[in-house]
Design a protein around this ligand. Structure first.
Ligand code: GAR
Length: 206
């Protein structure tokens, strides 16, 4: 079992999918910390439901972004986390933190990267008029949603979609995809080769 920390800012539906799969013993991870930049995030109560320790600090509080990330880094180191999953965490990590946990941070993003990085990806997809969108789990590097891609899933964009209806369709796929990516990481089956991630065969595949 590897120790998992999850960073959240919002509702926590991906967090719930991860914690549920972990509780069922499907992931090979032990969640040790859920950390938020928003003390009012609903995701924190999701974590409490699963009995996972939470830590929250307002990024808009004293010291701002710098103080927040210095605190967050300390919390993560103290938790002993071996994998950090960003699950609806709406901030770019400082380069120092990315380097400290190099290739041990995953993110989920609601588009087929490299299309539509950044905020409001489902809105960007609807406004651009694409016919297919989806979600991406990727390793975090210093850029905005630019790191090596682990898994992707596609969904159709329907003529009457709003950003909200598309986001809901994407989220369903996210709840399947993110636990799967975490399971592969925990099993030591992800190997980064330049920009590409090779998925090594599992016991059952050999
Ligand atoms: C998810 O759709 C995730 O992909 C997105 O925020 C949502 C969080 O939902 N993340 C980003 O847009 C990151 N740039 P949740 O809090 O219910 O898991």
């Amino acid at each position: 079992m590897i120790k998992l920390a999850v960073l959240v800012s919002g509702r926590g539906t991906n967090l719930a999918a991860i914690l549920e799969a972990a509780r069922e013993g499907r992931l090979g991870v032990r969640p040790v910390l859920v950390l938020s930049d928003r003390p009012d995030a609903r995701a924190l109560s999701v974590a409490q439901t699963y009995g996972v320790r939470t830590a929250a600090r307002d990024v808009a509080g004293p010291g701002g972004r710098r103080a927040f990330f210095a605190w967050a880094e300390r919390e993560l180191v103290e938790s002993g986390a071996e994998l950090i999953a960003l699950a609806g965490f709406m901030r770019l990590l400082p380069a120092g933190m990315v380097q400290r946990f190099r290739w041990r941070i995953l993110n989920i993003h609601p588009s087929l990267l490299p299309a539509f990085p950044g905020l409001d990806a489902p809105r960007q997809a609807v406004e651009h008029g694409v016919r297919i969108s989806g979600c991406t789990v990727h390793f975090v590097d210093e850029g905005m949603d630019t790191g090596p891609i682990v898994l992707q899933a596609a969904v159709p964009v329907l003529p009457d979609d709003t950003p909200g209806t598309l986001a809901a369709r994407i989220r369903k796929e996210e709840h399947r995809l993110y636990p799967e990516a975490i399971r592969l990481f925990a099993a030591g089956r992800l190997r980064i080769e330049g920009r590409r991630v090779r998925i090594l065969p599992g016991q059952k595949d050999i």
